[in-house]
Ligand binder design. Structure first.
Ligand SMILES: *Cc1c(COP(=O)(O)O)cnc(C)c1O
Ligand SMILES: [Zn+2]
Length: 411
């Protein structure tokens, strides 16, 4: 395999055992725990000065901190996204600085590309022919794109509630798409998960690209933190507010922040804040209850238009909660109304387009600032996980309702 020098294997977050990445490909062979890429940090031959000399062109410029070499990468130029100054939002929130990390600039319009670039690289390195996953939508679309790039056959399971763009582009990329039927209203991520699991039982040679089943998606998403820190001259911001579903990005970013702190590139960790929708907030509830893991919701308890974070049973919640607490961050939930209002405010004040799901980060930051959790000198990064144009229907519908309500008031 085309692995990097410092990558030593996969270590289980539950039992602590380390496995050879050649043979262990997904969950822990001993206990079924999540596997996490491990490194010998003494062998990392990279400094911030070295990075300065490299073009800011893709996430693979951090290859020394990734399992696979850039030469072996299945890449569409993902990563290297802008960190955009938002003075109008800073003023509105009463904080020092607001910066928006615009992951909507990725090839398929979300940060899921970083995870799928790493996962498809692993799949190809392991000689897979078919890859499979279920997803709320964006990961399915990204997997379809990267599988096409890697010349792999992709099998994507989406719930009926996922967006038209995500379903359409999954098929445009040539993947085999299964949309799970609505039984009572729309089907949810759990329904697509059951369809995926049945298909995996029937096709044991398929290679999974599912959240925290492959060890590589959170590893690819580490690069978001590496970029944010580099864009801030290796000075950690006071908060990253992150729209949290399965927590892949939050866990990955925290891992990277820990790595570069331990390498001496930064002094501090990045306080990680999980933002969720009130209609599906298992992480926020667990954080506020002081719990070590979440209480799962059932599919029919989900009540939010923010599909990307409508994850009622995030299996990696212990890792997410650890990351929040270790980094001295927090968790915040807002109503859909507040979230969609925030998306429209960002679009009008800054001209930036946030997806409906992503705007949970903006709404969350407003709430954290109101609560005094974010202060007047703080530098706050909003993780815009995906492009606004993935969710035009939801955003336009909200605008229509808001305008109708305003007209009603005026009349
Ligand atoms: C998947 C997704 C999320 C949630 O991501 P996790 O890292 O699994 O928490 C947030 N926003 C968008 C747009 C997504 O597609
Ligand atoms: Zn284990």
């Amino acid at each position: 395999m085309h692995t990097t020098d410092a990558f030593v294997g996969l270590s289980c977050v539950d039992c602590g055992e380390t496995f050879d990445a050649e043979t262990a490909t997904h969950r822990c062979p001993d206990c079924d725990g999540i596997l996490d890429p491990a490194y010998d940090y003494d062998r990392i031959d990279l400094t911030p000065e070295d990075l300065q000399a490299r073009p800011f062109d893709s996430m693979w410029r951090y290859e020394e901190l990734l399992p696979f070499t850039s030469g072996a990468a299945v890449s569409l130029g993902e990563g290297a996204t802008p960190l955009v100054e938002c003075p109008g939002l800073a003023e509105a929130m009463g904080v020092g600085r607001v910066l928006l990390k615009d992951e909507g600039m990725n090839p398929t319009g979300t940060f899921k590309d970083r995870g799928q670039a790493a996962a498809m690289t692993a799949a190809r390195e392991h000689g897979a022919t078919d890859v499979a996953l279920n997803s709320a939508g964006n990961a399915g679309q990204a997997a379809a794109a990267y599988a096409a790039r890697a010349e792999l056959d992709a099998h994507v399971y989406l719930p009926s509630r996922s967006g038209f763009t995500q379903k359409a582009m999954t098929e445009v990329h040539g993947a085999d798409l299964t949309v799970t039927d609505p039984i009572d209203g729309n089907s949810q991520i759990g329904d697509s998960g059951r369809a995926y699991a049945e298909a995996m039982d029937e096709n044991p040679d398929w290679y999974s690209a599912k959240t925290f089943v492959t060890p590589y998606r959170h590893e690819g998403k580490k690069t978001m933190a590496l970029e944010v820190l580099e864009q801030l001259d290796w000075e950690a911001p006071d908060a990253v507010v992150y729209p949290t579903g399965g927590g892949v990005g939050l866990v990955g970013m925290h891992k990277a922040a820990r790595e570069v702190r331990d390498l001496g590139w930064t002094d501090d960790l990045i306080p990680m804040y999980a933002a969720q929708a009130t209609g599906c907030a298992p992480i926020v509830n667990a954080y506020k209850a002081g719990a070590d893991r979440h209480e799962p919701l059932s599919d029919d308890e989900i009540d939010t238009a923010c599909g990307g974070i409508a994850i009622p049973d995030p299996g990696a919640s212990p890792l997410i909660l650890d990351a929040i607490r270790e980094s001295d961050g927090g968790a915040v939930a807002n109503t859909d109304h507040e979230i969609l209002d925030a998306a429209i405010e960002v679009a009008r004040v800054e001209g930036l387009e946030m997806g409906a799901t992503c705007a949970a980060a903006a709404a969350g930051a407003f709430t954290l600032a109101e609560e005094g959790e974010l202060g007047s000198d703080d530098t706050v990064v909003l993780l815009n996980t995906g492009a606004g144009n993935k969710d035009v229907d939801t955003l336009r519908a909200h605008l229509g309702e808001t305008e109708a309500a305003a007209d009603g008031d005026a009349a």
